[in-house]
Design a protein around this ligand. Structure first.
Ligand code: NAD
Ligand code: TYD
Length: 347
């Protein structure tokens, strides 16, 4: 089988490439990625040595490039990870998120229609459901929860989901959608909470916690996510949405403190900074459907996954140091340089 992985040079896409090469050596994996700031060919170094893997640089918003890709590579399955994925950047520049996440998805769907595929899988997010209150731990997102977005990022992802469902119903594109909670693990770009905090702590830099730091995320080890997507594309039912989450809810402050503790660094490195605009309070996934229908279970407890992740960043310094030496420095200065600092005396 030919499996196209769009966005395969990013965090989750690259982990998925490695998962497929390891678990399905009979399949061919073709990565199609524009190599934006978040895409990194170094991440795919080992995959490049595998004859079952091929990398093609291309932009999902470019119809001609996408059609040429379909004509040459003849994918049976396409898994779309390609996206602008960072909420803070979406607040800075919403337009780019609409172009990549909505228009890009529509170009891929048109190609799937034109060349026909056995499956189009859209990697979506729990952020399409909006947020949950902190004082209602009984509430979780199910596949029936309303779409109720907060950020330009989540609005663009929800729009893409609606488009996928429209193409499935109208043109019978055999599509599935998965909505997962926050991932963490190897190759996570250092703009996101966990890698940013690990790297700052290692460099004895301040750890910028937005607002009171009590926001809760449901953390999913990336390999567990890859396993779920693999099950969905092979055994999932066309037209269905599957929520993927790990029952691993932690507040940002807890996560940051765990990282500091693991690295033997002082909590005085924590610095409360101005909150994110429209900041979602809590995400929590109910994964009953994928568990009962496909037998998926998250295998990695957060306490173990965070240790593995920290070890990976310690063992792979050159991977993130190359990123830190590039354009990322300007981003950091722009995002955090003038952000107001706060003292939360009750914490
Ligand atoms: P990422 O930002 O690390 O990687 C995105 C990849 O897409 C990069 O390799 C980038 O070069 C590529 N890309 C961007 N624009 C492109 C374009 N126009 N054409 C081709 N390639 C393009 O993202 P990630 O964290 O790996 O997320 C992957 C997917 O999973 C996204 O769709 C995201 O919305 C979704 N998701 C992520 C998380 C998370 O915790 N990271 C959680 C839920 C859902
Ligand atoms: P992030 O990793 O950006 O993922 P998402 O916004 O998609 O959940 O952020 C996770 C949480 O961490 C979120 O509540 C925002 C918070 N956060 C900080 O407190 N400081 C930071 O520097 C970053 C990047 C995030």
């Amino acid at each position: 089988m030919n499996i196209a992985v769009t966005g395969g040079a990013g965090f989750i896409g690259s982990n998925f490439v490695y998962y497929e090469l390891k678990n399905h050596p009979e399949d061919r994996i073709i990565c199609f990625d524009a190599l934006t700031y978040a895409g990194n060919l170094e991440t795919l170094n080992s995959a490049m040595e595998n004859p079952s893997f091929k990398f093609i640089r291309g932009d999902i918003t470019n119809r001609k490039q996408v059609e040429t890709f379909f004509e040459n590579e003849k994918p049976d399955i396409l898994v779309n990870f390609a996206a602008e994925s960072h909420v803070d950047r979406s607040i800075e520049n919403p337009q780019l998120f609409l172009e990549t996440n909505v228009l890009g998805t529509s170009v891929l769907l048109d190609a799937c229609r034109k060349y026909s595929v056995d499956r189009y899988h859209q990697v979506s997010t729990d952020e399409v459901y909006g947020d949950l209150p902190l004082d209602r731990p009984d509430m979780m997102f199910t596949e029936e929860s309303n779409l109720h977005t907060s950020s330009p990022y989540s609005a663009s992802k929800a729009s893409a989901d609606l488009l996928v469902q429209a193409y499935e119903r109208t043109y019978k594109v055999p599509a599935t959608i998965s909505r997962c909670s926050n991932n963490y693990g190897p190759f996570h770009f250092p703009e996101k909470l966990i890698p940013l905090m690990i790297i700052n702590a290692l460099n004895n830099r301040k750890l910028p916690v937005y607002g009171d730091g009590l926001n809760v995320r449901d953390w999913l080890y990336v390999e567990d996510h890859c396993k779920a997507i693999d099950l969905i594309i092979r055994e999932g039912h066309v037209g269905e949405v599957y929520n993927i989450g790990g029952h691993n809810e932690h507040s940002n402050m807890d996560v940051v403190k765990m990282i500091l503790h693991e690295l033997n660094k002082p909590e005085s490195l924590i610095e409360h900074v101005a909150d994110r605009k429209g900041h979602d309070r809590r995400y929590a996934i109910d994964p009953t459907k994928i568990q009962t229908e496909l037998g998926w279970q998250p295998e990695t407890k957060f306490e173990d996954g965070i240790k593995k992740t920290i070890k990976w960043y310690l063992d792979n310094r050159s991977w993130w140091e190359h990123i830190m030496n590039g354009e990322y420095q300007h981003y950091y200065e722009r995002m955090y340089g003038s952000r107001k600092k706060y003292v939360y005396s009750s914490l």
